[in-house]
Design a binder for this molecule. Structure first.
Ligand code: ISL
Ligand code: CA
Length: 554
C-alpha cells in the first residue's frame, strides 16, 4: 500500500555537488551553492534530493573515497552549511538522501592508517589483508579502475584488497566491529534528520570465503572477481542486520546500488517482507551498448534488446519488489547523446526518452542537467579529463597498443566525465556555474543548452519533465499498474501498456530519427483512448515523427 510507501510516488533528483553550483568562485560546487538552487528544484517538482558524497575526502574518486564519515569536505563547506541545507530542503517539503559509501573507505581514513601500522594493530581486521601467493597478489582479481585489485604493503609484507582504486581499500564486513562502526555512523546522520541513503555498491560488501580466483578469459589482463564479491554469501544477512539495527528505527528511504543483479536477486533485496532496502539500482539496461570485455568496448544499442530487458524487469518485479528507473547518473554518459540524438533532435529525443522511462513502474531518478538535455563532451586531450577511471583506462590501453583515437572514441561514448561537466545555468561565462575557473571544463554547448533558456521556453525539456513529475502524482496507474510490452518485434517503436483496475495507459515512443507509420492493429486498439501527453506541439497518431512520444489513457 502506497501511503506508507510514499517513495513509490516520489521522484528523486541527484546532485553531484562538485559540478552543481559554486557559490564562492573557487571553481568547485558547494553546499551554499546548492541552497541557492533549491527553489529551482522545487519548481521542477521533485520530492527527494540524493546528494553524492559530501564527506571529508582526498578526492581520488571525487568523494567516493571517504577519509572521515562525520565531517564535511572542506571545499563543499562546513557542518553548519550542511545543517542549513537540510533545513532548507525540509522547509520546501523535500527530503534528503545521503550517499552511503561503506564497501570501502579512503586509504587516508584513520581506520586504514591504523590498519597499515602492523599485523597486530586493533584495526588490522577492519580491512582485507592477505599474504601473497608465490610472490604475487593473493588472487587474480582486477580492479574496476584498471590494474590488480590488490596492493602490496612493504611494511607488513601483505596485500590489501581494493575493488576500486588503490586509495579505496575494501572494508572487512566479516568483522562485527566494522559493522557496528558503520551503523553508529548512519545513526549520526539519521539523528540529524536526513531521510535516507543511496548505498554505494552495497551488494559487494560480502566476499566469498577464501577469495578464489576469477575466470580469466584470453586477452584479459585479470580474472573476473565479480561472482566472488557481488551478491556474496552473507549479503542478505548484512542488509537485514543493518535494517534491524538502524533503518527500521527511523523513517527512511533506501536505494542500493547493485551492479550484476538479476530480477530474482532484486526481489530478494526489495521485497518489503524481507526488510532489506526499498529499491535498487540495476545495470543490465546500461550494459546493452557494451561488447564483451566491458564498457569501453563499444557496440550500438539494438532497440529490441532494450525493450526486452526493461520489459523483463517490469514484469518480474511487479507485486514482488520495487525498482528504480534511471537513464543517467554521475557514472553514465548523457542519455540524449547515448540513446537519442543530441544534434537535430536533441529536444525531441530527450523528451521521448523521459516519457519512455517515467511511465514505467518504479521510482524515477533524474540526474542534474538531464532535465535540460545536457549532452556528452569531446575533449581532445587526456589532461582535460579528471576521472580516475578514464585516466587509468587510457594508460592501460595505451600500454596494450590501442591508438589515441580508439581510446578517445571509448571515452567520448562512455567516460564518466560526460556527466560531470558543470551544470549549465545560463549563457554567461562558465555557464553561470562559477565566477572562477571550473575544476573541469564546461560543455561548450552551454550557450544553447542552459537552465535560463529552458525556463523561458514553454516547450523546453524542463517543462516536459515537470509535467511527467506532476502526472505521476495524479495518476495512480503509473505507480500501481502492471506492464505489458506491445509491438515486441518492432525495430523502431517502443510501446507498452499499463493496466490497473478499470484503467489503461499506453505509451508509444519512436526511437528513430525517421517518421514511422503506426502499427495498424495497435491503431485500432487505441481508437477509444485519449492522448494525455505528447512531445510535439500537436500529435497525430497515424504517423510518428522522429523521436515522437505519445501517451494515451482510457
Ligand atoms: O562507473 C561504472 C562503470 O564504469 C561502474 O563500474 C561503477 O564504478 C560502479 O557502478 C560503482 O559505482 C559507484 O562506486 C564507485 C564510484 O566510483 C562510483 O562513482 C559510484 O557510483 C566506487 O565508490
Ligand atoms: Ca566553491
Amino acid at each position: 500500500n502506497t501511503t506508507d510507501q510514499w517513495w513509490k510516488k516520489s521522484v528523486v533528483y541527484q546532485i553531484y555537488p562538485r559540478s552543481f553550483h559554486d557559490s564562492n568562485g573557487d571553481g568547485i560546487g558547494d553546499l551554499p551553492g546548492i541552497i541557492e538552487k533549491l527553489d529551482y528544484l522545487k519548481l521542477l517538482g521533485v520530492d527527494i534530493i540524493w546528494l553524492s558524497p559530501i564527506y571529508d575526502s582526498p578526492n581520488d574518486d571525487n568523494g567516493y573515497d571517504i577519509r572521515n564519515y562525520q565531517e564535511i569536505m572542506n571545499e563543499f563547506g562546513t557542518m553548519a552549511d550542511f545543517d542549513q541545507l537540510l533545513e532548507e530542503i525540509h522547509k520546501r517539503d523535500m527530503k534528503l538522501m545521503m550517499d552511503l559509501v561503506v564497501n570501502h573507505t579512503s586509504d587516508e581514513h584513520e581506520w586504514f592508517v591504523q590498519s597499515k601500522q602492523s599485523k597486530d594493530n586493533p584495526y588490522r581486521d577492519y580491512y582485507i589483508w592477505r599474504e601473497g601467493k608465490d610472490g604475487k597478489a593473493p588472487n587474480n582479481w582486477g580492479s574496476f579502475f584498471s590494474g590488480p585489485a590488490w596492493e602490496y604493503d612493504e611494511a607488513t609484507n601483505e596485500y590489501y584488497l581494493h575493488i576500486f582504486s588503490k586509495k579505496q581499500p575494501d572494508l572487512n564486513w566479516e568483522n562485527p566491529k566494522v559493522r557496528q562502526e558503520i551503523y553508529q555512523m548512519m545513526k549520526f546522520w539519521l539523528e540529524k534528520g536526513v531521510d535516507g541513503f543511496r548505498m554505494d555498491v552495497i551488494n559487494m560488501i560480502s566476499k566469498a570465503p577464501g577469495l578464489p580466483d576469477g575466470e580469466q578469459h584470453s586477452g584479459q589482463l585479470f580474472g573476473d572477481g565479480a561472482p566472488n564479491f557481488m551478491n556474496g554469501p552473507r549479503i542478505h544477512e548484512f542488509l537485514q542486520e543493518m535494517n534491524k539495527e538502524v533503518l527500521s528505527q527511523y523513517p527512511t528511504i533506501t536505494v542500493g546500488e547493485m551492479p550484476g543483479t538479476t530480477p530474482e536477486d532484486a526481489i530478494l533485496y526489495t521485497n518489503p517482507e524481507r526488510h532489506e532496502v526499498n529499491m535498487i539500482f540495476t545495470f543490465e539496461h546500461m550494459d546493452l551498448d557494451s561488447a564483451p570485455g566491458g564498457k569501453w568496448n563499444l557496440k550500438p544499442l539494438y532497440l529490441l534488446d532494450l525493450k526486452e530487458n526493461l520489459a523483463k524487469w517490469q514484469t518480474a518485479l511487479h507485486n514482488k519488489g520495487w525498482n528504480s528507473l534511471y537513464w543517467n547518473n554521475h557514472d553514465q554518459p548523457r542519455i540524449v547523446s547515448r540513446f537519442g540524438n543530441d544534434e537535430e533532435y536533441r529536444v525531441e529525443s530527450a523528451t521521448m526518452l523521459a516519457a519512455c522511462l517515467h511511465f514505467m513502474q518504479g521510482t524515477p531518478y533524474i540526474y542534474q542537467g538531464e532535465e535540460i538535455g545536457m549532452t556528452n563532451v569531446k575533449f581532445s586531450a587526456l589532461d582535460e579529463y579528471r576521472d580516475i577511471e578514464t585516466i587509468n583506462m587510457y594508460k592501460e590501453r595505451k600500454s596494450q597498443g590501442y591508438s589515441h583515437e580508439e581510446i578517445m572514441a571509448s571515452i567520448y561514448a562512455k567516460g564518466r566525465d560526460n556527466a560531470r561537466t558543470p551544470m549549465q545555468w545560463d549563457d554567461e561565462e562558465h555557464a553561470g556555474f562559477t565566477t572562477g575557473t571550473p575544476w573541469i571544463k564546461v560543455n561548450p554547448r552551454y550557450h544553447e543548452v542552459n537552465v535560463k533558456s529552458a525556463l523561458e521556453d514553454k516547450n523546453s525539456i524542463f517543462y516536459f519533465y515537470q509535467k511527467l513529475i506532476a502526472l505521476r502524482k495524479e495518476l495512480d496507474i503509473i505507480v500501481e499498474g502492471d506492464f505489458q510490452l506491445l509491438l515486441q518485434d518492432h525495430p523502431q517503436l517502443f510501446a507498452y501498456k499499463r493496466k490497473w483496475q478499470e484503467e489503461s495507459l499506453i505509451v508509444i515512443c519512436n526511437f528513430g530519427d525517421k517518421d514511422v507509420d503506426m502499427d495498424n492493429e495497435l491503431l485500432t486498439r487505441i481508437s477509444d483512448y485519449n492522448a494525455i501527453l505528447s512531445n510535439y506541439p500537436s500529435s497525430s497518431i497515424e504517423k510518428l515523427r522522429p523521436f515522437e512520444a505519445v501517451v494515451l489513457t482510457r
